[in-house]
Design a protein around this ligand. Structure first.
Ligand code: PTJ
Length: 232
């Protein structure tokens, strides 16, 4: 069913054909972790919820895969954390950027920021450098699921905290982000929204505690160990 969502996304002009390759890569890792949300993912989800709630200006960056896989959940998350939704894609296409915007609006988004030439993320030479002055340019925390390593590094170099979702714990994105949720996007987004609702009620002291329990290198190591154990 998940694969069909991406195929439909390609047909609708939302997802790039490269997105199918990315999905295949993700699926391979998902099989190895048993297609489950493990404790290393749940700890990261908890910390991600806290970081998004603590942020002054959180932004949710949406590419062609995310828009096809989980449009409603991503809009819901942005609403819950009071964050901006911004379209940002690697494989340049004005038509696809508009299709992603429409997909988000159909899923309930009232405001979707688009890439502009008024603001640029330093250190990138591809389409992802074009950002919105009121969105990623101003953000202190950026949620960038299914990301490529270059932009994650550029966002960190620009002083932003980055939360990613990546089934490959060895990817450059997974290693460079502040918080990495090693899980399938479609499984972890509902969990993330649930934790945002729960932590919002508990207040800022609980956010600090959730963040203090997250240790980036330990989380990645636990995910890698799970994958290696599946192979032996
Ligand atoms: O719409 P665009 O042009 O911005 O393109 C988006 C893709 C995803 C095609 C682009 O960012 C890309 O090529 O990404 P990569 O470098 O293939 O990285 C995608 C990462 O996400 C890989 O490490 C995959 O294992 C992982 N991944 C793929 N599908 C999922 C996933 N992780 C979690 N959930 C998934 N469903």
């Amino acid at each position: 069913m998940t694969r069909e969502r991406l195929v439909a996304g390609v047909k609708a002009g939302v997802t790039s054909v490269h997105g199918l390759i990315a999905q295949g890569r993700g699926e391979a890792f998902d099989y190895l972790i048993g297609e489950q949300s493990h404790p290393f993912a749940l700890t990261a989800v908890e910390a991600a919820a806290a970081l998004l709630l603590r942020a002054r200006h959180p932004v949710i960056s949406v590419n062609g895969n995310v828009a096809a896989l989980a449009p409603r959940e991503i809009v819901r998350l942005a609403t819950l954390v009071g964050g901006a939704l911004e379209v940002n894609i690697f494989h340049s296409s004005k038509r696809r950027e508009q299709a992603i915007r429409s997909a988000l609006e159909e899923a309930g988004a009232t405001r979707v920021l688009m890439p502009t030439k008024k603001a640029v993320l330093p250190g990138l030479d591809h389409n992802r450098r074009f950002i919105h002055p009121e969105g990623i340019a101003k953000a202190d925390v950026v949620f960038v699921p299914l990301e490529d390593g270059d932009r994650c590094e550029a966002l960190r170099a620009a002083g932003k905290e980055v939360i990613t979702v990546d089934l490959n714990p060895l990817s450059r994105t997974a290693r460079t982000a502040t918080i990495t949720i090693v899980d399938n996007l479609v499984r972890c987004l509902p969990l993330l929204s649930e934790r945002v609702i729960a932590l919002q009620q508990l207040g800022p002291a609980s956010w600090a505690k959730s963040l203090s329990l997250y240790h980036h290198s330990r989380i990645l190591k636990a995910a890698e160990e799970k994958i290696r154990a599946a192979r032996s």
